[in-house]
Design a protein around this ligand. Sequence first.
Ligand SMILES: Nc1ncnc2c1ncn2[C@@H]1O[C@H](COP(=O)(O)OP(=O)(O)OP(=O)(O)O)[C@@H](O)[C@H]1O
Ligand SMILES: [Mg+2]
Length: 326
Amino acid sequence: MSDPVLSLRDFRVSFPTLNGTVQAVRGVDLDVGQGEMVGVVGESGSGKSVTFLGLMGLLPKTTIIEGSAKIGGDELVGRSSKEMRPVRGQRIAMIFQDPLSALNPVHKIGRQIVEMIRAHQDMSKGDANKRAVELLDIVGIPQPDQRAMQYPHEFSGGMRQRVMIAMAIANEPDVLIADEPTTALDVTVQAQILEVMQRIQHELNTAIVLITHDLGVVARVVDRVQVMYAGRAVERGTVDGLFKHSIHPYTRGLMESIPALGRERLVPIPGSPPNMLQPPPGCAFAPRCAHARPICTAEIPELRPFGAGETACVRADELAEEYTNV
Ligand SMILES: Nc1ncnc2c1ncn2[C@@H]1O[C@H](COP(=O)(O)OP(=O)(O)OP(=O)(O)O)[C@@H](O)[C@H]1O
Ligand SMILES: [Mg+2]
């Protein structure tokens, strides 16, 4: 990969609380290149959202953020909220699961996009209006000039998500973070939104991070996947590599729980994610892992090259044999 646009190194986020410190993100590395779409996958509470809210400076003031998060080589960790303001929107933008909460119900869609453009660019109202209509067109909204004159409640959920994408790309950010953008939508609309994101990836050459708990969603669109558990990356690789040769028992557990046509039953991963006030020692997945041995809890396993990807399981070699012998 040429120089990554987004680069995290040993990125950490913790929340001081009355009961102690919640260690939500515990040393994550991630690189995303220009025009690349990377999926970040994991169960609820694995630290997916907090990682990206943290690097965008969108968490409470008391949050402790450590390590490194760079956009185009510029460090974001340690910036004041004032210093972060021009970065958000212009260099990195984020869309969320619930577009309605992010849109202002009393302003027309077009006006909201115009405001987004003019907050970052010196553009006349007339030009920004034209650009807003163009953006609605890019994200696949029919009759964009008329739609721009309507209010959020006149849009369906899928259309609102398209509007959010239009606003997110309004200032041509280098990086777009999409946090569960399709979770609230039915499968047909879900597929359409993913298509829009792919178009943006290819036509605008944007680096995209797609966050989801659903491996099935990422399988269709992303180039690479990073699997998170208890605030760390436990496995990563290409979609193909991971689906065919994943080693980490957690990734394999996630795959077993993907709904698939004709599959007899879904197998949820037994147990539940750990309390991040006191993450378990060593591999945080060990308490739920059918393959765990005493060695697993000795120290936190680092990602290391395995097959075509990287895995953070100390028993990777043994497991590879076990899996092929079944
Ligand atoms: N403000 C906060 N104070 C304390 N703990 C927090 C705070 N925000 C998040 N957490 C904790 O951080 C951990 C990671 O949360 P995060 O929202 O990143 O999970 P997620 O992987 O995005 O899950 P989901 O799939 O449910 O969105 C969780 O244990 C959560 O309870
Ligand atoms: Mg989340």
